[in-house]
Design a protein around this ligand. Structure first.
Ligand SMILES: [Fe+2]
Length: 143
């Protein structure tokens, strides 16, 4: 499991990511009738994880915090779309979102933005490595 793209070497992140991966593995084989409850469970778990991850990043002054939070917001919008599919009775589209779209996006997020974040948190990247990044000014990021 240590070679898994889900494992980043930051225990606070890894524990949450493994729990979320297990939840989506359960969703993959669940009956369609369970999907509405699983949608709420997955959304809640993701919202709570993002909040913990964002607090961890803020505590450690992660330089890509603004971009990272923006990605979290985009990912959470997928859950809003999944709710809309459920409300419209489009179970096939809800199923596709919960079994393919959202878990694929989460895996891509963990393997890219979360991985770079973990490199900062574990000291692989330092201030010199990010000095050339063009990051938003705090006043822009706050708005
Ligand atoms: Fe993240």
């Amino acid at each position: 499991m240590t070679n898994s793209p889900m494992m980043l070497g930051v225990p606070e992140m890894d524990e949450d990511h493994l729990a979320i991966a297990a939840l989506f593995a359960r969703i993959a084989t669940a009956d369609d009738a369970e999907l509405p409850a699983l949608l709420v469970e997955a959304e809640t778990a993701t919202i709570e994880h993002f909040a913990r991850e964002e607090a961890l990043m803020a505590k450690h002054d992660v330089p890509i915090l603004f971009c990272h939070i923006a990605q979290h917001k985009k990912l959470l919008a997928e859950f809003t779309e999944a709710h809309a599919e459920l409300a419209a009775g489009r179970v096939d589209l809800l199923s596709d979102m919960l079994r393919r779209v959202i878990p694929d996006l989460i895996l891509a997020h963990v393997a890219s933005v979360d991985r770079v974040t973990s490199m900062w948190l574990t000291g692989v990247l330092g201030a010199d490595d990010v000095a050339g990044l063009r990051l938003p000014e705090p006043s822009v990021a706050a708005g």
